[in-house]
Design a protein around this ligand. Structure first.
Ligand code: KE4
Length: 425
């Protein structure tokens, strides 16, 4: 029996579904997940010594490729002095100063341990700041698994057919208003139906948890202006896009200033980190200064901070974004050409180092149009790529990530494999 199969059989006995996060379970693409024992650069090495070119990049953090020597050295150096102090430490200050420098809208920031904690806390903060209870989210956007946000959620929730998770009390769900992304009228109507009651609007400015969707021209500006008019806090969930598409994230690209921003993934350098920050007048509502409580045993952990600081400084030094966009265009153009040659309808949205593929003839502009794409065809495409050594996110409702380590042989080989997979559909 292959080692991965043996590990999965053991895992199934003691871990629900054999995985610690549902989207890893391969349930929507068929087959059993493989287990990874090592990751370097653009490559994963499975328990059975298969080498795979990785486009999941641990769901975003590995923008410099896996196990980058600069990040590894930073962790090792921090480790010499211990793993956790439970007190303020110098790394936290340096991390906060870096984040506020990279993202000017963030005047103050609070570290936590995951994107879920970041968005959950940002929503509580917006409710505490405004004294209002309702929140607005967009169908298909995924902001982690806190109760208020598991309503019409994307990513693993959508992949496994429970975008409205069981276990969320109706009394919680009714405080969450869900509207379609890119739908101006629906957002106007949500405010009209809840005058003075909406604490915040939270969105992924480039939704990437139903596959990748880009905002219609002017849409983000419209959302910003509506929130300002209605006194609602605008939260950009940049857990995925933060530092991924620009040092300052989507808000730098689109020149929109949110009131709060949530971050994660890249700022941990591969270790568990989340963060939320924004206007000082809002952030100062947080304990111990203000009445909104939020806390965390390992928040600002020195090892995680050291890893994240090293990764952010490397971005500052290398400024890899145009290189990453070139790699993204190479993949997009390869897939689009292969689909045309095969006569298969496909959309291949791409921005910077993020791309996805929808097997559908129509442009994908929101959750509803994303659902029209063929998930079974994606599963066949996924399986063929994996059989030929390229690992994509195991779900039609995720986005692929490219790292600087993909440049050269890895991206060329992967493009060959993905073009061949389209041809064999
Ligand atoms: P975490 O709690 O998983 O660190 O972050 C939640 C989160 C918040 N906001 C956005 C925009 C996110 O994409 C995420 C998490 N992303 C998924 C992948 N699309 C994590 C993968 C998983 O659930 O295993």
């Amino acid at each position: 029996m292959a080692l991965s199969d043996d590990l999965f059989a053991r895992a199934l006995k003691v871990i629900p579904g054999g995985v610690n996060s549902p989207v890893r379970a391969f349930r929507s693409v068929g087959g059993a997940p493989f287990f990874v024992k090592a990751a370097h650069g653009a490559t994963l090495t499975t328990a059975d010594d298969r080498e795979l070119i990785d486009f999941v990049c641990t769901w975003g953090p590995a923008i410099h490729g896996h196990n980058h020597p600069v990040i590894k050295t930073a962790i090792a150096k921090a480790l010499e002095n211990g793993t956790s102090f439970g007190t303020p430490n110098p790394y936290e200050v340096e991390m906060a100063e870096l984040i506020t420098r990279f993202v000017p809208s963030i005047q103050k920031v609070r570290m936590c341990n995951s994107g879920t904690e970041a968005t959950m806390s940002a929503i509580r903060l917006a409710r505490g700041f405004t004294g209002r209870d309702k929140i607005v989210k967009f169908s298909g956007c995924y902001h982690g698994h806190s109760d208020s946000l598991l309503i019409k959620a994307g990513s693993g929730a959508l992949t496994h057919g429970n975008p409205d998770s069981a276990g969320v009390p109706a009394s919680f769900a009714q405080e969450t208003v869900v509207v379609g992304f890119n739908d101006r009228d629906a957002l106007e109507a949500a405010f009209a139906a809840n005058p003075g009651k909406i604490a915040c609007v939270i969105l992924e400015p480039y939704p990437a948890n139903v596959g990748l969707i880009l905002p219609a021209p002017g849409y983000l500006k419209f959302v910003r202006e509506l929130c300002t008019r209605e006194g609602a806090v605008l939260i950009f969930d940049e857990v995925m896009t933060g530092f991924r598409l620009a040092k300052g994230g989507v808000q730098e690209i689109e020149k929109i200033v949110p009131d709060l921003t949530t971050l994660g993934k890249i700022i941990g350098g591969g270790l568990p980190v989340g963060a939320f920050g924004g206007r000082a007048d809002i952030m100062d509502k947080l304990a111990p200064v203000g009445p909104v409580y939020q806390a965390g045993t390992l928040s600002g952990n020195p090892l995680a901070m050291a890893a994240g600081i090293a990764g952010l400084k490397l971005l500052d030094e290398l400024n890899p974004y145009s290189r990453l966009d070139t790699l993204g265009r190479q993949v997009r153009d390869t897939l689009a050409a292969a689909a045309r040659a095969k006569g298969i309808a496909a959309q291949v949205p791409q921005v910077g180092s993020m791309f996805s593929i929808f097997f559908t003839p129509d442009p994908v502009t929101d959750y509803a149009s994303a659902l029209k794409a063929s998930a079974p065809l994606f599963a066949r495409f996924f399986r063929d790529c994996l059989d030929h050594g390229v690992y994509l996110p195991p779900s039609a409702y995720e986005t692929c990530f490219i790292s600087t380590a993909h440049q050269g042989e890895a991206i060329d080989r992967a493009c060959e494999v993905m073009a061949g997979a389209v041809k064999r559909l």
